[in-house]
Design a binder for this molecule. Structure first.
Ligand code: CMC
Length: 422
């Protein structure tokens, strides 16, 4: 009821999760907008890809629990699931892998693009540029209304982002770019492009490649988070897919989102020794101090992040495999985890270590520099972004995204001539 007028708004039910109030007629009927900064209670779209129940700590891709996928599946199967809605049959999996591996190389002119960047450029800055630049190289997959072109753009993105990511790393350390190897699986190929050099053979450690594959699975999609919503919003204007992914990478870069794994490691470095953990925990609890424990808390999970559970286990496996027992940063991380898990402030606010806390530690142990952490998150999330973008383009109800606002600026006033301004 508003201004004496009562209107009825339908309540829609999904297959899981809270019902939603359909407010599409609200403005026409009442002249009211809704106000929800940060979209904490707003469903921006209908989707069949990923489901999260933050209170219960549940994450499903296409209905399958993330723990099962991480344990029993692999990144190529999960990518297929996200893109096509079902796990592939053996034949479909074979074809999908062939389609991806056929696109792993990048255009030979792309290396010149890298050389335009400063050596010390952040690899995320490079990724924003080069992924967007793919639209200038692959004109034959830009027509978003052609399903075949959309599919090729999807293959290209999933296949080329690891190559571009490894190139960003190689460029930063002055080593030659390494071509992809299509006889290796997706995660092993990425490690090969990151760590091999032309002067000697490189054997991918299967435990590390398995850990990398799990990291990719766990980060592959997370429904309507900031970067995915950015991809959808950019794509809603019918922008080309490569430019939309570049927008997603830009949104992911922030420390409140994908940048948290890098920020978590930087925080561990700043803490410096287990003796100083208490001081930082106290700062995180101090209302007058903007400091937060990076790698803790989540907008949606108010229970343990199910990805963090898998990641924690993988983290311990990797540390054991690499025989790392006395890394001071890892000691700080493990002690911080224990303190935060038993501190009433974190317990009451349901602030658990999130996926980024553990992935940062694993990457560090693998010898991956901190500046590459968010790049690997972007690599994993590319398939999720592409799946969500494809779903949006095919949605008959899709419209250009155009939020409204609560204006609190000056109301209309007469123009003041410059000679009369005081
Ligand atoms: N350290 C200390 N206090 C915290 C933290 C933290 N990491 N996170 C939230 N709080 C407190 C916050 O101060 C607030 O307290 P109060 O109610 O007394 O004002 C309360 O918890 C709720 O915080 P919020 O900012 O309203 O929660 P949010 O849902 O808007 O923020 C978040 C979620 C992830 C941005 C936040 O927890 C955070 O900044 N965490 C650190 C960054 C991080 O690890 N981000 C990665 C998220 S997981 C990967 C991804 O999705 O990209």
């Amino acid at each position: 009821m508003y201004n004496g007028k009562t209107i009825e708004l339908p309540v829609l039910s999904g297959s899981c999760g809270p019902n939603v109030i359909d407010i599409r007629s609200l403005y026409n009927e009442t002249g009211l907008f809704t106000y929800d900064p940060g979209f904490t209670a707003t469903a921006s779209c209908e989707s069949k890809i990923t489901f999260i129940d933050g209170d219960e700590g549940i994450l499903l891709y296409g209905g399958y629990p993330i723990q099962d996928l991480a344990e029993k599946s692999d990144f190529m199967e999960v990518s297929y699931l996200l893109l096509y809605g079902d796990l592939p049959t053996p034949q479909q999996k074979k074809e999908f892998i062939k389609n991806i591996t056929m696109h792993t190389m990048v255009h030979e002119q792309i290396p010149s693009f890298y050389r335009g960047f400063r050596r010390d450029a952040h690899p995320m800055a490079i990724m924003v540029g080069v992924v967007g630049a793919l639209s200038a190289f692959y004109h034959d997959s830009l027509d978003i209304h052609d399903p075949r072109q959309r599919e090729i753009a999807a293959y290209r993105l999933v296949a080329k982002v690891p190559t571009l990511a490894a190139m960003a790393y190689k460029y930063s350390i002055g080593q030659p770019f390494v071509y992809p190897r299509n006889d290796l699986d997706y995660a092993s190929n990425f490690l090969h492009m990151m760590f091999s050099v032309p002067t000697e053979p490189y054997e991918v450690n299967p435990i590390l490649s398995e850990a990398m594959d799990k990291i990719l699975i766990l980060h592959a999609d997370h429904e309507q988070n900031a970067s995915t919503s950015t991809v959808r919003l950019a794509g809603s204007s019918a922008a080309n897919p490569f430019a939309c992914m570049a927008a997603g990478i830009a949104a992911l870069w922030g420390p409140a989102h994908g940048g948290a794994n890098e920020a978590a490691l930087a925080m561990l470095q700043e803490i410096g020794s287990p003796a100083r953990i208490k001081e930082f925990v106290n700062r995180a609890k101090d209302k007058n101090d903007p400091f937060r424990l990076m790698g803790f808390g989540h907008r949606v999970y108010k229970n343990y992040d199910p990805r963090a559970t898998v990641m924690r286990e993988t983290c311990h496996q990797v540390l054991k495999e690499l025989n790392i027992h006395d890394d001071p940063l890892l000691d700080i991380a493990m002690e911080l985890e224990q303190i935060a898990l038993s501190d009433p402030y974190f317990i009451e606010k349901k602030l658990y270590p999130n996926v980024d806390f553990y992935s940062g530690i694993i990457f560090k142990a693998m010898g991956i520099p901190t500046s590459m952490f968010t790049v690997i998150f972007a690599l994993a999330r590319t398939v999720g972004w592409v799946a969500q973008w494809k779903e949006m383009i095919c949605d008959p109800l899709q419209k250009i995204g155009r939020p409204r606002q609560l204006y609190t600026g000056v109301a209309q006033r007469p123009f003041v001539d410059i000679t009369e301004r005081r």
